[in-house]
Structures are given as C-alpha cells and as structure tokens.
Design a protein around this ligand. Sequence first.
Ligand code: COA
Ligand code: ZN
Length: 308
Amino acid sequence: MRKDAALPDSVVVREVCPRDGFQNVKEFIPTERKLEWIDALFEAGVTEMEVTSFVSPKAIPQLADAAEVLTETKRRHPTARLTALVPNTKGAERALACGADVLNVVFSASESHNKANLNRSVAESLSGLDDIARLIEGRAELSVSIATSFMCPFEGRTDPRRVSELIGIVREKGARSICLAETIGTCHPRDFAETLDAVFPALDGIPVFLHIHNTFGMALLNVREALVRGFDRFDSAAGGLGGCPYAPGAAGNAATEDLVFYLNGLGIETGLDPLALVKVARWMRDYGLGTLGHLVKSRFGQPVGPCC
Ligand code: COA
Ligand code: ZN
C-alpha cells in the first residue's frame, strides 16, 4: 500500500502500559513480572517507554516499586529512551536518581482534576515546575504532560484557549517536549481536531506526544485527525490497558497493537511488530489482568478464522 502523501513517513509510539496500564490494576503485580513484560515489549520493537511514575505510593500502591523497575529497565535496555512520570519535586528527585532520560511532569488543564489527582491548584503545579526545571540541570529532558487537555471528568470540554495559555507557560519554563492528554477518552474527533488546530500556534514546533484514551472507541479516529495535521508522536498501551484512578469510568489507552496495525497498514513506519505486541497483551490477559476487571481491550489479533 502506498502512503497518503499528507501523512507522516514515520511515527514514534511511546509505550505507556507499564505506567498508565499498571497504575490502574489494584492487585500488586510482582516487580519481576512487570520487568518480564517490559522486556517483551522491547522485543516487539519498542524504543521509547514511559516505564513508571514516581508518585506517592499511598496514591498508587501498584507503582511503589518505581525505583527498582526503572533502575533495572535502564540496566537491561541502555539504549532505550525511558520516561518517568512525576507529579512534584520529590518525584523528580527519585526519577533522576534512577537515571530517567525524560521527566514527564504532569498536571491538568482543569482545576478540579488537578485537585483530585494531585491535591493542588494548577498555579501550585506550575510553580513546582520551576523547582523541577532547576533540579534537572540538564541531567534529563524536561517534558510536561497536560492532562485533561481535551475533556475533564468534572468540568466537561476544556477550553482550547486555556490549553494554549498553559502550553505557552510551560514552554517558557523550559519544557523541551509536551504531551497533550485526552485523559478520559470521550472526546469527539471533531472537538479533538478543533483543539489541535486552536493550540497549534502555541506549540510552535515543540515535539508533541498525543495521549489518547479510548472510552468511547474514538481513539484511532482521533489519531487520524492528528496524523493529517502532521502530528507524529503517540502514547499507547499494550492491551489497551490504562486509566487515571481520578477519572472514574475512563477506559484504557489506544491499544499499541491496534495503533501499530493501523499505522503500518497506512505505510507509516513504526518499527513495531503488532503480532509480537498481541502476544504480550495475551500474556497479560492470561496472567489475570483480564479477570481482575482490567480487561485487555485490543481489537487487533482477535481470532477470526484460519488465516489469523
Ligand atoms: N513520591 C513518593 N512519596 C511522595 C511523593 C512522591 N513523588 N510526593 C509526596 N510524597 C509523600 C510525602 O513524602 C508524604 O509522606 P509522609 O506522609 O510519609 O510524610 C506524603 O506523600 C504526603 O506528601 P504531600 O506533599 O502532602 O502530598 P499530597 O498528600 O498532597 O499528595 C501527590 C500529592 C502529588 C504526591 C499525590 O496526590 C500523588 O502522588 N498523586 C499522583 C496521582 C497519580 O499518579 N495519578 C495518575 C497519573 S496522572
Ligand atoms: Zn492516560
């Protein structure tokens, strides 16, 4: 198949299952099992991964082993680009100590979600970003993830003008890349496209990851809206796992295997093997993630006949 001339030649797929996927699983997954899945994801061609988050273990007990997981992943996969999500200075200190390549500092565009998720105002998060920027001093890349950039579980649609304003602020504070998150997965592609168009001038060429949940099944349609606008970096989670514990009801991310099947079919280079990703997703399901209420939700790889 020939690639549509308007689409990017290649796309960076950042695997976020070990952070966004696992954070939503209540029963603790043994660290060694997490590391085995992380290894299998790299074998499937992953080059960039959000490995864990350095948040309060009281807030997310599942990721209490963040230091061990990141340190060991760094040792086993020294050439990969490893991101750690951090909510505050303490998280940044912990992530730097484990050799994170990218610190993804998260806050929300909407006040009520920021309060529910991080127990602070957006202004407090922004002032914390100054401290983190000073702390990093070139030891890692400063990235900023703006949650609820499209929809908020408490306030509805987020005003794109507010998102543009926040993009401008975090760029001034030294962000080298940005992640715009559709945290709850309910955004209609029309609204998604409208926000992308509205914030485009504020982005001004900075690398952007789009992080798109799939609650209403619109994730790949939203990916399409992004692709035709030249966006070429996406987060996704193997098995379609994921969800913010402070966005009740939100489903997982776009499944990496679905995203890769879609992109590869368009002739867009990803470097990832969708069948190998399906194997990891099935392994996670067979381990029990499916029976614990965190269904593995990928569509690609469903058995439909002898050829599959
Ligand atoms: N890593 C580990 N521990 C941390 C921490 C971090 N990044 N930040 C704070 N803590 C600890 C403090 O040391 C303190 O411990 P103590 O009770 O033993 O003294 C305790 O947590 C409370 O600290 P405080 O600064 O008052 O935090 P808080 O209670 O206001 O919680 C957050 C703020 C940001 C730490 C917490 O809301 C959080 O971790 N949220 C993340 C939620 C999340 O991961 N959502 C999904 C991904 S977006
Ligand atoms: Zn997410």
